[in-house]
Design a protein around this ligand. Structure first.
Ligand code: PLP
Length: 420
């Protein structure tokens, strides 16, 4: 195989058949190579160059890449029955739903499976509107819930929304972590309030400890449902199985996706209580998906939940996260103000820079040193560190030392520009 040709042709095909802007973006970000193999926290390009992946497909690899148990379970299912008839009962879908009912907090019990995060959010919105018979939805400014019409309407960043306005009707946005603003906005017409327990794409924003609890009780007073979007924060990422557990809050509806497929297959889910789910009972086809909840993805999901529990991934993530946060704060202290803040929980960590150019330069310097990072989608001044949760301490050392080196290079570059 002529590898150079393979890379050139792939980039050309991106420019010709996928999106020329995306091709330019990757090339500009010094990412002009082709990914080829992966394992654990690492990815190798077609030339065999090794990268430590601290973006992790936007936080997908909670159990690491190519976890042998998940790959094996999927291979076996692939040979037997990859997709469902959609008319017979499917054991794997039933098993995954049962497992989710057992590990999610409170009395969350029923699950619907789709193929992505945004689909999970769409389903959650439909369920909330159907159950309450109300139309109004409240979300937080700066939030990220996906990019289909409903989830986009709820999300934060203007640049993603503007061409598609007006979006869904009766959407209201309030500042995150501002309980008074929510009190003013919510009323008896509100179907649901949807929040990320920690805003991910908004720049890793952690609310005050009592915020979500207060939101829940205000929702209860008004007869509105609380939807917690745990698509990015769920399944161990923040050092608990679900981020809402840090805040002692149980949502009425929870959404999951990303890591649920074990970094092997796509799957999303929304989960709610028996009381709320009863509106789906009379016509169980009122919400459906041809490929959602397929046996392959469900098998991946089942094995993922087992691995998360048996390998104590949430607990270990908390400890690793504490270490990474502390060491990043040490680097921050010597950064002469270049880093404004380091924040996060578990291995959902954001590094706040003064402006987006510095953040981009930093990501490029890291890419040159074969560590993959990126900014948070709604806030380009924040670089996220979101590696596979199975990242080793040795790999953490490498990432942090390359981060410190990259920072020095960015500083030198800025000095050079400033001196001209
Ligand atoms: N919700 C949250 C909190 C997310 O972080 C994301 C993706 O980053 C989504 C929803 C959308 O998920 P997907 O890209 O799988 O549609």
């Amino acid at each position: 195989m002529d590898k150079k040709k393979l890379v050139e042709e792939t980039i050309e095909k991106y420019a010709k058949y996928i999106n020329p802007g995306l091709a330019r973006y990757y090339k500009f970000a010094q990412l002009d190579t082709v990914e080829w193999t992966s394992a654990g926290s690492k990815v190798w390009d077609v030339y065999g160059n090794e990268y430590i992946d601290c973006l992790g497909g936007f936080g997908v690899f909670n159990v690491g890449r190519n976890h042998p148990r998940i790959v094996q379970a999927v291979k076996e299912q692939l040979e037997r029955l990859p997709l469902s008839t959609r008319t017979l009962f499917n054991k794997h879908q039933a098993d995954l739903a049962e497992m989710l009912a057992k590990i999610t907090p409170g009395n969350l019990q029923y699950s619907f499976f789709g193929n992505s995060g945004t689909e999970a959010v769409e389903g959650a919105l439909k369920l909330a509107r159907f159950y309450t018979g109300r139309e109004k939805l409240i979300s937080a400014e700066n939030s990220f819930h996906g990019k289909t019409m409903g989830s986009l309407s709820l999300s934060g960043r203007e640049v993603y929304k503007k061409p598609f306005l007006p979006g869904l009707p009766e959407i209201y946005q309030v500042p995150f972590n501002d309980i008074d603003a929510l009190k003013k906005s919510i009323d008896k017409k509100t179907a649901a309030v949807i929040l990320e327990p920690i805003q991910g794409e908004g720049g890793i924003i952690i609310p005050s400890p009592s915020y979500l609890k207060q939101v829940k009780s205000i929702c209860e007073e008004q007869g509105a449902l609380l939807i917690l979007d745990e698509i990015q924060t769920g399944l161990g990422r923040t050092g608990k199985m679900f981020a809402c557990e840090h805040f002692n809050v149980v949502p009425d509806i929870m959404t999951l996706a990303k890591g649920l497929g074990g970094g092997v297959l796509p799957i999303g889910a929304f989960i709610s209580t028996a009381e709320i789910w009863k509106v789906f009972e009379e016509n169980p086809f009122i919400h459906s998906s041809t490929l959602g909840g397929n046996p392959l993805s469900c098998v991946a999901g089942i094995e993922t939940l087992k691995v998360l529990q048996e390998e104590k991934i949430p607990e270990l993530t908390w400890i690793k996260g504490q270490e990474v946060l502390q060491r990043l704060r040490e680097i921050q202290a010597g950064s002469e103000g270049m880093i404004q803040e380091v924040r996060g929980m578990g291995l959902l960590i954001g590094i706040q820079f003064g402006d987006s150019d510095i953040a981009s330069l930093l990501a490029m310097e890291m890419a040159q040193r074969h560590v993959l990072v990126a900014y948070t989608l709604n806030n380009p001044t924040v670089i996220r560190i979101e590696p596979p949760l199975t990242i080793s301490y040795e790999e953490i050392d490498i990432v942090l030392s390359r981060f410190a080196e990259s920072l020095v290079s960015v500083q030198a570059l800025l000095d050079e520009i400033g001196g001209e």
